[in-house]
Design a binder for this molecule. Sequence first.
Ligand code: GDP
Ligand code: MG
Length: 247
Amino acid sequence: MSDSEEELFEKRIKIVFVGDSGAGKTSIATRYCNGEFTRHYSPTAGVDFFLKSVRLGDSKNVTLYIWDIGGLALHGNMLDKYIFGAHVIFFVYDVTNMSSFEILETWIETIRHLNEILDMQPAMAILGNKCDIAHQRTVKSDKSHKFAIDNGMPCYDVSARTGESIGARIGDLVAQIFGIPTTKIGERGLQRSTGQDSIDRKQSKPTLQQSTLPMVQKITQKQAKKLKKTASNPMLPRSKSSVCSLQ
Ligand code: GDP
Ligand code: MG
């Protein structure tokens, strides 16, 4: 691989959303990539796939490959393939649904195990979605913060409905991977396979201090080569039909 090819390869980031069905993973991805929200609920079968381009600093353009994993994948046999090559994994729960929070323990345990098998060290964070309906909250902030600290990862409240914190939280982790201050992150065009150009720019304060963010390794040339060797392209589903027919 030439230097310029290596450069290109390093500018692709795979982000994976996991968590219980109904927690809002698809809504978060849709809000982030398309700037849209719908109340209609259509469970994700297998995995859905989003793309977004962001500009880091003045010149670095990065393509985010977002894998939105259906909640049933936890008990399926495809999870390792879905998370393979991920640089960032978001564990999503619904702040109004205690069982979606409780099941995160199993998600985290399962994915930690797979990370070891796959020799991966993705950045990981917890997103408490639906914070716009605070009066229906059943998972108290204290509880989720303690859980996040115990698991060594940051935890943020977000809302796919209002867009609160979504761009900021995803942007933070991507910027960290490239060692760029978050204030310098910008966004340009974006697209989903069937999507529109629109950007969520709302930001709010994290619910944990920045200092609790895990250290995110830069993607080294060695890691990029390794990824290249082990899969033709872990960012992309092998074919749309094979992905859609899963589960
Ligand atoms: P997924 O199964 O995790 O992908 O969940 P979805 O994104 O499909 O969302 C499940 C349901 O929750 C849908 O009816 C959404 O409209 C609703 N929902 C998702 N995010 C939010 C949010 O931030 N606030 C509110 N009030 N509802 C949301
Ligand atoms: Mg979904």
